[in-house]
Ligand binder design. Sequence first.
Ligand code: NAP
Length: 247
Amino acid sequence: MAKNAIVTGGSRGIGRDIVKRLAKMGYNVVIDFVSDTSQKLASDLVSEIKSQYGVEGVAVQADVAEYNSCKRIVDTAVKNFGSNIDVLVNNAAISNGISFLKLTPEQYTRLINVNLMGCIHCSHLVMPYMVKANEGCIVNISSIGGLVGVSSGADYSASKGGVIAITRSLALEFGKYNIRVNSVAPGFILTDMLKKAGEEGIEKKRKTVPLKGIGEVGDISQCVEYLVNAKYVTGQTISPNGGVVMP
Ligand code: NAP
């Protein structure tokens, strides 16, 4: 039977590499994105995974902050690939990088809605399919910011800590259905999100990392592949971070 996956925020950065990794593993993939400017990126990725790995891809523009948009993502998977959704990767997120008192309620509410509520909505929507199949795997992309405090990132840290908490809770509740829920908490990875820190900011971060400095997207997708295959692992958070945080 064909294997099927959903990746939120699959158009760029870490999510894009996760899509490619899952495609290489033989998964058809629903690729979610949100920005009009990423439409071509997402549709090019659909063509790329088809030609390179012979799997099907479908791009869906949907804001994970909205429950009904998340429903559209899941409905697209079912319509195109059938009701077996084997893997969900909750990857879509934003960062503000703003000092707490300068953050507006609109900014921190939006961030929590995207980073945490998006993960909750998508998990809530795929879970019935996984329960019915008595099998499934959810990988939530958290951050080292969910493991330690982040100055000028309280909202981000709270959202990513929440992602780790829901990972454990769902793993506990749904283990009996053979559904595994794990999380990956990346350190500094060179993507558009990190580039917002500027060259000087990135250099500062690089100096704090005991291993090779800033990581690459493949360092994260490699862990996702491991978790998808690791049949006795659930409720865990793996943190590929070059040793910058040792929880
Ligand atoms: P990125 O380069 O900024 O890419 C973000 C992705 O999320 C894009 O595909 C974007 O879609 C999508 N997205 C953003 N808001 C969305 C929304 N409301 N609905 C649907 N999709 C949305 O970020 P990244 O660095 O690859 O980050 C990926 C994950 O890794 C995130 O969970 C992030 O928190 C985590 N992480 C990253 C780092 C790092 O250093 N890069 C470190 C720790 C954790 P569009 O292209 O349509 O905008």
